[in-house]
Design a binder for this molecule. Structure first.
Ligand SMILES: NC(=O)c1ccc[n+]([C@@H]2O[C@H](COP(=O)([O-])OP(=O)(O)OC[C@H]3O[C@@H](n4cnc5c(N)ncnc54)[C@H](O)[C@@H]3O)[C@@H](O)[C@H]2O)c1
Ligand SMILES: *[C@@H]1O[C@H](CO)[C@@H](O)[C@H](O)[C@H]1NC(C)=O
Ligand SMILES: *[C@@H]1O[C@H](CO)[C@@H](O)[C@H](O)[C@H]1NC(C)=O
Ligand SMILES: *[C@@H]1O[C@H](CO)[C@@H](O)[C@H](O)[C@H]1NC(C)=O
Length: 396
């Protein structure tokens, strides 16, 4: 008895020593693991006071501008993009601007790949998702509708499922005025009936419907933003719009205007001069990308659990194609040749928004409403980047 007792007592210092060594080793191993995967750890835990936003399509035109604004406002950002249409060069620039650990990470993945999407959600602690990734050309959507239903509707469903499974609480969704189709009365309010007339608009409307049905029985905070025609670029000249050369044909009017100014196309083709508008050409509502991303930040800040906010994001003012071309000529200083042709099938005379709901509820109004100035900003970037993101676009 005595012998056994004394033996036990005699072991106490030894046990302390063993425990101390064990703890030291544990701390050392833990610190080593922190050093080796520092980045990763910051993205995989929720941190008080830090909002971690997943930006899908963040290598694209609007997504990259949104990521820049979020980073500037101290958000933590994860960009997921499969670079099918975006530019790794834009991501490289953001990484150069925000190199600190835990600010920005880029994950190359296809949002149509459920396994990959789930892996991303299980390895990262997102507080919110801004879902920009999509294919977004009306003309292309009529030629390749499945590409649109797949990469818009089906991918949105996958993202939503992953959000639900991993309890991500807030979704800001990129929708479009194309979901309204050809309403008879202008301006378009959020109450205007949605009757989309092309696969692009229909795919986005279906994605909206899926989100709305889901949100009826969920506490997710949802904001759906319906953008009008987006133009412009970062006023500080860091980012711009750089669609793949093969998509130029599909392109939007601002791209065509810059291509004409550069002389890589012979001039601008204006289709339709007999519409019931003041100068006979189509009227559209052009929203500057800087204002658009501001609407996203305000939407994120005001998103409420179990609620859905739906907002038009436009200026409320229509500009005709003729006015656009004049602004483009002045912005670029180029004497752009304009050819007037017959109407293009599927175009409608006038589309412009009533943005009063977003003004009243989110205190957002468009600030960059001078077409010529927005185009001048975009042209400044275009002039320096005739090659898009050029050598920055080479994958590391
Ligand atoms: N540009 C406009 O005028 C406009 C107007 C209304 C709505 N929108 C919407 O805004 C969003 C962004 O448009 P944008 O003009 O920046 O387009 P964009 O093509 O520049 O960007 C889209 C990005 O999504 C990525 N992407 C596409 N499919 C993907 C997939 N399966 N997996 C991973 N990444 C994928 C592309 O690589 C690209 O970087 C889209 O949802 C679009 O429908 C744009
Ligand atoms: C992007 O995803 C599509 C499927 O949606 C795939 O076909 C394509 O190869 C991917 N592109 C890249 C560059 O990974
Ligand atoms: C979209 O979906 C189609 C399948 O319909 C796929 O082949 C294509 O690569 C996808 N991605 C893009 C960016 O179009
Ligand atoms: C609304 O925004 C303006 C600036 O855009 C700001 O000065 C004003 O304080 C804001 N109002 C509210 C109620 O937040």
């Amino acid at each position: 008895m005595d012998f056994a007792d004394s033996k036990r007592r005699g072991n106490v210092p030894g046990r302390f020593l063993a425990a101390a060594i064990l703890i030291t080793v544990c701390i050392f191993v833990y610190k080593q693991s922190l050093n080796s995967s520092n980045e990763r750890n910051l993205f995989s835990y929720h941190e008080a006071g830090v909002t971690h936003v997943l930006v899908t399509g963040g290598a694209g035109y609007i997504g990259s501008h949104a990521a820049l604004r979020l980073l500037k406002d101290s958000y933590r950002v994860t960009i997921v993009d499969n670079l099918s249409r975006g530019n790794i060069g834009a991501v490289r620039i953001l990484q150069q601007l925000f190199p600190e650990p835990g600010r920005l990470q880029f994950v190359k993945a296809d949002l149509g790949d459920a396994k990959a999407v789930n892996k991303i959600f299980s390895e990262n602690a997102f507080d919110a998702v801004m879902h920009f990734a999509a294919v977004a050309y009306v003309g292309e959507s009529t030629l390749e509708p499945l590409r649109y239903y797949h990469n818009i509707t089906s991918n949105t469903l996958l993202v939503l499922e992953a959000m639900a499974a991993h309890n991500v609480k807030t979704l800001i969704y990129s929708s479009t005025c194309a979901t309204y189709g050809e309403p008879k009365t202008m301006p378009i309010t959020e109450e205007t009936k949605q009757v989309p007339i092309n696969p692009y608009g229909k795919a986005k409307k279906m994605a909206e419907d899926i989100i709305l049905d889901f949100s009826k029985n969920s506490n997710m905070a949802v904001m759906i933003l319906r953008y009008f025609n987006v133009i412009g670029s970062d006023p500080e000249g860091r980012l711009g719009e750089a669609p793949r050369p093969e998509l130029r044909e599909q392109g939007r009017i601002s791209g065509a205007c810059f291509d004409a100014a550069r002389g890589i196309i012979s001039g601008l083709k204006v289709r339709g001069i007999d519409y019931a508008t003041p100068d006979g050409t189509c009227v559209r509502d052009y929203i500057d990308v800087t204002d658009l991303v501001d609407a996203h930040v305000k939407a994120l800040a005001n998103a409420q659990p179990s609620k859905v906010g739906i907002y038009n994001v436009g200026t409320g003012k229509g500009s005709s194609v003729k006015e656009f071309v004049e602004a483009c000529k002045k912005a670029t200083g180029a004497d752009i040749k304009v050819e007037y042709l017959g109407r293009r099938p599927g175009d409608y005379a006038k589309v412009y928004s009533d943005p009063s709901k977003i003004r009243e509820e989110l205190n957002w109004t468009a600030q960059h409403t001078n077409l010529q100035q927005s185009l001048q900003t975009a042209w400044r970037w275009q002039k320096k980047h005739f090659n898009g993101y050029g050598s920055l676009n080479i994958m590391a």
